[in-house]
Design a protein around this ligand. Structure first.
Ligand SMILES: *Cc1c(COP(=O)(O)O)cnc(C)c1O
Length: 437
């Protein structure tokens, strides 16, 4: 198994993260427990900042908060000089409560409500990324009513779709997000913005997929967007100052995953943007990227306690842990793969192949099929690395399981950043109507 960040095996033969023994963390905070390696989290931010902002100047890195957002995370993101991308009133509220500078917040979403748009306008968020014609009309009206001039980016569907190992250029696109580029809706949207006194056209956005292991789709997306920027200039005279190329940068979940380094993504993107700018006689726009997974994914791990073990001779050994699909839906949702390590036997050799299952009442509640581990016993602390992105963020209370706690570890110190949900918390929103009493 690949070790990330500050993970190491200590003298007790236990796994350590951020200088904290994972077995001790499990004892102190209980399990399941999300453990965030602060140094690695900051290092991921710095690598992006270095590769884009430091190297090219006119660039910005904004963290896609949907991957994992708490007030503590907002603070770290702010300290590291990144902007923030939010997709709901709840995420925006979290950022504002954390004191995140509103002008560094980008507001995304394909169905922002009136209330969310008003909240964003009142807060003075930096950019609203307009997704569709309905939103354009609503936002323009709200802005005019309030006498505001709202800076916007337009989200486009450029006809490039990328997934882990491949990408496709589709002529006609079938996506719920954004103004479609190839069929003329995108240019129509730009023309509309130009006519709307409440809106100020700043630039364009696209997001071509997630967990992308190839730099080519980014270069391609940059080129397609730059061609469109020329079309905008030629047909409307508008200058596109900002080009946001979204997130999707891949990370290592399991052995064999081989994403390019962040610097290679940056180079491909900047080559595409600058090359096309020169060829077409355009000003190089400010380039924005929105990593989510690549910031928090590897920085987070989940510790569980092993409970029941069921062996079906000749078939499979099921090792059940005290969490599962409620705290990590990704394996059940789209077959995501993880590795595992026994934190209390971190130095031991693997001797058996087992499958890790959760405690939810669903056969699909599997965390890992077939993983090699030292002999597993009830009470062992099993850690799945790389659960920092879309783990807690997608967690549910299925089976009325309380959502886990999360701790931030660094140099031997562990601090809670999310409290564990208690039984009382689970009842907080239950209401018993008088006639049932
Ligand atoms: C999900 C998303 C991101 C972040 O994606 P990652 O794969 O986590 O990097 C960025 N921008 C937009 C618009 C998204 O929807």
């Amino acid at each position: 198994m690949e070790f990330h960040g500050t993970m190491r095996v200590n003298l007790r033969g236990h796994l350590e993260i951020g200088g904290c023994d994972v077995v001790d963390l499990a004892r102190e905070f209980g399990t399941p427990l999300h453990i965030f390696d602060e140094d690695l989290l900051r290092q991921n931010c710095r690598r992006f900042h270095q590769a884009f902002v430091h190297k090219y100047g006119n660039a910005e890195v904004i963290y896609a908060g949907k991957a994992f957002l708490t007030v503590a995370v907002c603070r770290i993101i702010q300290q590291e000089g990144l902007g923030l991308d939010v997709v709901s009133g709840g995420e925006l509220y979290t950022a504002l409560k954390a004191g995140f500078p509103p002008d560094r917040i980008y507001f995304h979403g394909n169905n922002k409500s009136y209330a969310e748009l008003i909240m964003a306008l009142e807060a003075g968020v930096g950019r609203i990324v307009v997704d569709n014609f309905f939103e354009l009309e609503v936002l323009a009206r709200l802005a005019e009513e309030r006498g505001q001039k709202v800076p916007v980016l337009l989200r486009l569907t450029p006809g490039i779709e990328a997934h882990t190992h491949e990408y496709i250029r589709t002529g006609q696109i079938d996506s719920k997000f954004g103004f479609t580029l190839p069929n003329g809706q995108a240019i129509a949207a730009v023309k509309k913005v130009k006519e709307m006194p409440g809106l100020e056209y700043k630039g364009l956005h696209c997001h071509i997929g997630s967990q992308i292991f190839d730099v080519e789709p980014y270069r391609h997306a940059a080129e397609v967007m730059m061609a469109f920027i020329e079309e905008i200039r030629n047909t409307t005279g508008l200058i596109t100052e900002e080009l946001d190329l979204g997130g999707g940068f891949g990370i290592v979940y399991v052995e064999g995953d081989n994403p390019p380094p962040i610097e290679a993504y940056a180079e491909a993107i900047m080559a595409g943007v600058c090359g096309e700018a020169e060829r077409r006689g355009l000003k190089v726009p400010k380039v924005i990227v929105e990593p989510g997974r690549a910031i928090v994914g590897t920085a987070g791990s989940t510790a569980y306690t092993v409970g029941s073990i069921k062996e079906i001779p000749g078939v499979r050994k099921y090792v059940a842990v005290d969490g599962g699909m409620a705290d990590n839906i990704r394996p059940a949702l789209y077959g995501a793969r993880y590795e595992a390590i026994l934190a209390n036997k971190a130095a031991a050799e693997a001797t058996e192949v087992v499958s890790i299952t959760g405690k939810c009442c669903e056969s699909g509640d599997m965390l890992i099929w077939d993983v090699a581990l030292p002999e597993v016993e009830p009470g062992d602390i099993l850690l799945t690395p790389c659960t920092g992105a879309y783990g807690y963020a997608m967690a549910s209370n299925y089976n009325r399981l309380g959502r886990p706690a999360a701790v931030l570890v660094r140099e031997g110190q562990a601090d809670l950043i999310i409290k564990r949900e208690t039984y009382e918390d689970l009842l907080r929103y239950d209401v018993l109507p008088a006639r049932l009493k």
